[in-house]
Design a protein around this ligand. Sequence first.
Ligand SMILES: Cc1ncc(COP(=O)(O)O)c(C=O)c1O
Length: 443
Amino acid sequence: MIRIVTKFSFHIKEALSTIDCQPIKGCSAIPLRSGKRYGTILSMDYRIYFRNYPTPSGEFGPYGGAYLPPELEQVFTDITLSYKTICHSAQFITELRRIRKEFQGRPTPVYHCQRLSQIVGSGCQIYLKREDLNHTGAHKINHCMGEGLLAKYMGKKLLIAETGAGQHGVALATAAAHFGLECEIHMGELDIAKEAPNVTRMKILGAKVVPVTVGQKTLKEAVDSAFESYLKQYHDAIYCIGSVVGPHPFPMMVRDFQMIVGLEAREQFLDMTGNLPDAVCACVGGGSNAMGIFCGFLNDPVPLYGVEPLGKGKHVGEHAATMTYGTPGILHGFKSYLLQEDDGSIMPVHSIASGLDYPGVGPEHAWLRDNGRVEYVGANDSDAVNAFYDLSRYEGIIPALESAHAIAFGMKLAKERDSGTILINCSGRGDKDIDYVIANYPR
Ligand SMILES: Cc1ncc(COP(=O)(O)O)c(C=O)c1O
């Protein structure tokens, strides 16, 4: 029998945090790089933001929702109801807290990059939230353990998902092994070749890896393929979407599970420095690591930057910068900014980082952008490779190519300032990328 702990009042904070959190302060409008002022466009009250967004039907303003085939409507309603019940239950909260601490290794530290800051040389100090130190090497385990636990409570036997860089696939295969469930991961053939170590890890963990050979053979096609498979086996399976994308409740649920990143980082940063950071940045593929860290600072006077992949150029097929070049539309069951033609067909995308190679973005990011709370900027392939080497050689930390986008932008921002602090979410470690980088960009 499930016991309800709270009606509402940051239940997620209580549920998923491994450290105590201080009360949040009101935010004042402060300028962004673009000259806009955040929080002033629609005068959003971020103190009550999580109570209002998403709406009960999964909307973040005009974005989000659940655009589903009729046979899946009830399935997603059941997932929503189960999640909303379970996330208040003492049993779920206790189990997830134990997993976070004993299995994942949370809290992950915040680290002051003294040498990198010196190399940048402006006086501005760079800090990392070390999500790369999670078990399995990235933030993806934060939502996979939550999704796996939900599947267990719902009596499901199989976890299905897509993966790009393989980090979500490895994390979900890990969750499946932990909970004694089966696991099926869909992955584009191109990514299978590029991220070979992660494919091996998934197989060792007992997952079935399904190669996707159509289209661009990357992340979008992997999502298509995973959805198709889910349609055939939804009675026994749950589709554990790998980011804050997909139909409601996934953008909300994945955000809630990732919120731990920002809540921890805020407290740790205050402890270390006595102040909040002067900026926070994170890379944005679907947007889960960015939502995770941003959630901790939404109601603070701290500018937030989502860093998109600018790839190798601004032409169609050369980048995956959805916010920079996209327009609103519907893909994979939700509404958000997409890279699409006038007729709604999806454009090809490219990023050196397989995990950022997606033509859409989480609906909450679209909403936070429209509200002016988060500014979306970019880093290109070569910026990411430079940052990959810089962090490795000046700090002894090899970041994932995805995270290297955020590090590249963070370093650029630090150069523009003569003091202050920047907190970057180091979403994952680069073990999966070392062979690819050394073969293609040797230094
Ligand atoms: C290490 C790492 N960071 C970031 C991402 C991008 O995903 P998201 O935007 O959902 O955080 C991925 C995706 O695979 C990843 O592996």
